[in-house]
Write a protein that binds this ligand. Sequence first.
Ligand code: HEM
Length: 160
Amino acid sequence: MTTSITNRSQVLGAAIALLILINANPVHADDPSLYERLGGLPAISLAVNNFVDDFIQDPVILANPAVEEKKTPEAAPYIKFQVTALLCEITGGPCEYTGLSLAEAHDGLNVSEQEWDRMVELFIDTLDSLEVPEGEKEELLGLLGPTKDDIVVTSAVESS
Ligand code: HEM
């Protein structure tokens, strides 16, 4: 019968369209998270460890007196712990970040654009030294980007 053939081909057409749609969607529920692709906590904590060690010795970063005062070797293990937990959480890992909000943690440090750019450079150097693939590196940097507004002081307030 014409009607039933039409119905059947419509159903088939819809099913094919659905399959195409599902396959065209790049994000599948069972795709590994960025956390997993980076290598989980062992890899993330190693990257944070190396990065913070470089960061607290860097002349551009240390030129900021407020940062120099706080980013001491004694403070490093705690900062490493918190940054690791944060990165674990935002990359889809099983951690819960319990530290200060980024705005609170960096309040009064007067972090400049130049210091931010240097921090990004150091972070990229760390990821390159650990041979983190380009795609994962870009994703990670993409997650850090939006935190800039909470960390960098864009306008030096000089009231006349
Ligand atoms: C140039 C950029 C940055 C500078 C100069 C900087 C500097 C600092 C300093 C000095 C502290 C210690 C504050 C204190 O003990 O009172 C700190 C804490 C911290 N920073 Fe940064 N930071 C920068 C970027 C970032 C970024 C990009 C992240 C992560 C997205 C981050 C995450 C944290 C965390 C989680 C803490 C600890 C918060 C807590 O005490 O609970 N920082 N940072």
